[in-house]
Design a protein around this ligand. Structure first.
Ligand SMILES: Nc1ncnc2c1ncn2[C@@H]1O[C@H](COP(=O)(O)OP(=O)(O)OP(=O)(O)O)[C@@H](O)[C@H]1O
Ligand SMILES: [Mg+2]
Length: 507
């Protein structure tokens, strides 16, 4: 019996500990990964999930504890060694070399070479053909694979990282928030891959805040809290509510209720906005006290719309007005001056200056509010403001002086959220506001949005989470192929009829 049980264990961790200055990231973590299972690793932002994964993938060294692969004790001493041991990782942060093409990235360090007249040359064609098969399942256009990845959008970068890990032929594939930037149908392709890997006996460690999604995939759940592994349970023996209370150590309500606030004058009006080939005749408005949602499939133009509004992308024609005054917006800076802030998606790439402290990041978009008349930084005041946001958003950091680089993924996102709240705009636009944020913090984000409109602001939200969008919004616009195709009132909106318009089923 015992021997049989041991056979099933591919990877085991015992008593793993890891500290950073001022932070005990992991304390006595023990975990077993069985052959051919999907083990979900869940926990609040800063619980230690990514740290554990970085140890397994050779990026960090553990302080103490024991790791066994196939029963043998190993000291993983680098990323190359981890790969040799059969452990391949899709990290939470992008890791591709921006100047290299997709093919070059995927085959970095294990290029396919052929010998031509005794000369070793790289066989780009063979690498391309091998990769094309995987990539085509996500996107039909494979020309992308020959361009530097810096020229491709975040979604394609994500897919290339996934393809890279899948083509490693690993026995353990670790995925840290792999679906963060993926659209619904791409998620499904990824899930099919995961099931395929599983059927081949590959083990998957899957980190996500998306509990509903995890219930489709996982065999077991391992819950982390404050650097400890508090429980490991079979999927059949648990449910979302129980997992959430194990993660946060208290009961929280997952329910979104939009409170009724007075709807006032029109704050934002966008008229006849066009961007050739991308957006067509976009017209909408948001009033004081209103939360307005934009629904649509990935690629329908939601992000492009909000980026065009704040001048992050060029437009062919159209106008943007705040409180009836037409703005001249050529860059996001003009938008901020005009009273519009955009909290972008993929905040890792676009929002934070990771080498700066938490407090500088929070105040930088409205720096004049913490400068004296002689333009000297009022340090004490800046720290106080930062500490206030850290407390309200539950940002986990040893102090406001910590560099943002050292915060966990979700906590970096909260810092950027604080930055935009501090600019005190009239109109705040959120693109996927709760992506990568844990269940407890989501509720805090909803509360902050509610507080913002209660105080007379207007909010525009893009979200792929329909329950979230429907729970928050007074009205919802639906996009399809670069156009606004329908507007729903709060009462009319259901998941089914939003999806109908989003998928073009109304045409
Ligand atoms: N290189 C580092 N230097 C200092 N502190 C770090 C470093 N890496 C992680 N930490 C700290 O260790 C703790 C655990 O972080 P980790 O990134 O493992 O969390 P996580 O569970 O992955 O969270 P999230 O869901 O937000 O991604 C956090 O308090 C984080 O600030
Ligand atoms: Mg993480």
């Amino acid at each position: 019996m015992v021997a049989e049980d041991d056979d099933r264990v591919l990877l085991s961790l015992t008593g793993i500990t890891k500290s950073f200055p001022g932070v005990k990231a992991l304390q006595d973590v023990s975990l077993e990964v069985r052959k051919g299972e999907v083990l979900a690793l869940v926990g609040e932002n800063g619980a230690g999930k990514s740290t554990l994964i970085k140890i397994l993938s050779g990026l960090y060294r553990k302080d103490s504890g024991e790791i066994r692969v196939g029963g043998k004790i190993v000291e993983i001493d680098g990323t190359k060694h981890a790969k040799e041991l059969g452990i391949s990782t899709i990290f939470q942060e992008p890791t591709l070399a921006p100047h290299l093409t997709a093919v070059q990235n995927v085959y970095l360090g294990r290029e396919i070479v052929t010998s031509v007249l005794g000369l070793q040359t790289m066989n780009e064609k063979a690498m391309f053909q091998e990769m094309e098969k995987l990539y085509r399942k996500f996107f039909p256009t494979v020309e992308d694979l020959h361009r530097p990845v810096s020229e491709l959008d975040a979604l394609k970068n994500r897919v290339i990282e996934i393809v890279k890990a899948l083509s490693d032929q690993a026995s353990v594939v670790i995925m840290d928030e792999p679906t963060a930037a993926l659209a619904e149908h791409e998620r499904e392709v990824l899930f099919d891959f995961i099931r395929l890997l599983k059927a081949q006996g590959v083990s998957i460690i899957y980190v996500s805040h998306h509990l509903r999604e995890l219930f489709l995939l996982a065999d077991r759940f391992s819950v982390m809290r404050d650097g400890r592994n508090v429980a490991t349970v079979n999927k059949e023996d648990t449910n979302i509510d129980q997992l959430v209370s194990m993660m946060v150590g208290r009961e929280i309500s997952n329910h979104i209720v939009k409170e009724q606030v007075r709807i006032g004058k029109e704050l934002l009006r966008v008229s006849d906005l066009n961007r050739r080939g991308v957006l067509r005749d976009i017209n909408f408005h948001v009033r004081q006290g209103e939360i307005v949602g934009i629904a649509g499939l990935a690629g329908s133009g939601r992000t492009e719309t909000v980026r065009a509004v704040v001048g992050a992308d060029p437009i062919s024609s159209g106008t943007v007005a705040v409180e009836g005054r037409q703005l001249r917006i050529r860059s996001p800076r003009d938008a901020i001056k005009g009273g519009i802030g955009l909290l972008p998606e993929n905040r890792k790439l676009q929002g934070a200056l990771v080498e700066l402290s938490v407090s500088h990041n929070i105040t930088m978009a409205a720096i004049n509010r913490v400068l004296s008349k002689k333009l000297v930084l009022k340090k004490r005041q800046e720290s106080q403001i930062a500490e206030d946001y850290v407390k309200r958003l539950g940002i986990k950091t040893p102090s406001v002086n910590q560099k943002v680089r050292f915060l966990s993924g979700g906590n970096q996102q909260k810092v950027i959220l604080a930055k935009w709240l501090f600019t005190q705009p009239k109109v705040l636009i959120f693109d996927e506001p709760t992506q990568g944020i844990d269940v407890g913090a989501k509720v805090e984000v909803y509360n902050l949005i509610a507080e913002f409109v209660r105080n007379g602001g207007a909010v525009l939200i893009v979200s792929s989470e329909l329950p979230e969008l429907m729970g928050l919004s007074d009205r919802i616009y639906v996009m399809h192929k670069g156009k606004f195709v329908h507007e729903f009132s709060r009462k009319e909106a259901t998941e089914e009829n939003i999806m109908l318009y989003a998928s073009g089923g109304h045409e």
